[in-house]
Ligand binder design. Sequence first.
Ligand SMILES: Cc1cc2nc3c(=O)[nH]c(=O)nc-3n(C[C@H](O)[C@H](O)[C@H](O)COP(=O)(O)OP(=O)(O)OC[C@H]3O[C@@H](n4cnc5c(N)ncnc54)[C@H](O)[C@@H]3O)c2cc1C
Length: 283
Amino acid sequence: MTPSSHPSLYVAPSLAHALDALAERGAGGAPLAGGTWIMRAPLRHEAMSPAYVGLGRVAELGRVEVHDDHVVIGAGVTHARLAEALRDVPDLQGLATAAGRSANPAVRRAATVGGNLSTAGFAAADLVPALLCLEAEVDIASRAGVQRLTLEAFLAARDTLEPGRLLTQIRVPRSAARSAHARLPLRKAGDYPVAILSIAVTRDGSGHVARVRVAVGSVEPVARLWPALEAALTGAPLDARSAERAAADLAEDFNGRDGIDAPGWYRVAVLPALARRAVAALL
Ligand SMILES: Cc1cc2nc3c(=O)[nH]c(=O)nc-3n(C[C@H](O)[C@H](O)[C@H](O)COP(=O)(O)OP(=O)(O)OC[C@H]3O[C@@H](n4cnc5c(N)ncnc54)[C@H](O)[C@@H]3O)c2cc1C
């Protein structure tokens, strides 16, 4: 890259400034959060944006609020800070694990929740399945106002969102009793997991599963829920070996993506073991 082709950087001092700057730059501008994905664009042979709007000084994006019935997470909160903030919140241990085990300590201190959810093309994002199974919603802001979407709806629209949009916060209802996050990192995959399974469960008085959400990441290009496994687990006692068997019976629901780190069939093949580990962590 020649010096003249370096992207420009404007560091926004507030949310309003960030939204103005993104609107003015249109398709030629993009948010820069932790930069951990953007900085590796040359390694992926991807073009960088001509202009970036830095979010690191936007105070409005940096809060975590833990309420009795929900949690609000600013898009600029780093993985490390999120893990720390949720350390003693029993129902959100899946999300705390996802934030606290992703990548490596240096990356966790820089990478943000908003960047994790917004990165198109990042199949192995840990926070996406962790937040999907917790029924998270996201706020998408532009100069015209704020729109709240389920995380599933956001993921479906992510690649086609108009320029000038910023994910500002995540709202997580505290409706599940327990959650867990199991991931399989391989040394040759760098610090990225080849498959991820997140689960959130509420049990009835006799210990049977009353409500369960299961999300799978890194297996297909975008993380998604696993309705067939949810149906298989509902109404039964929560048991790690049964979950492993059910996942093995249903694993062909997934069409694994081939990558240099692992072939698609392998990502699918490890799902039963991840289901066992996730349920064991819940218990
Ligand atoms: C070697 C390595 C290994 C890693 N391993 C893992 C891992 O195992 N699991 C994991 O979850 N993460 C991992 N990460 C971190 C991962 O890159 C980040 O979680 C995330 O994808 C990017 O977050 P960021 O804040 O750095 O975003 P950036 O790199 O700043 O931005 C990424 C993209 O999101 C857009 N964006 C950023 N913030 C917003 C926003 N608020 N609204 C709209 N768009 C936005 C940017 O324009 C850009 O397109 C790893 C990183 C590295 C370098």
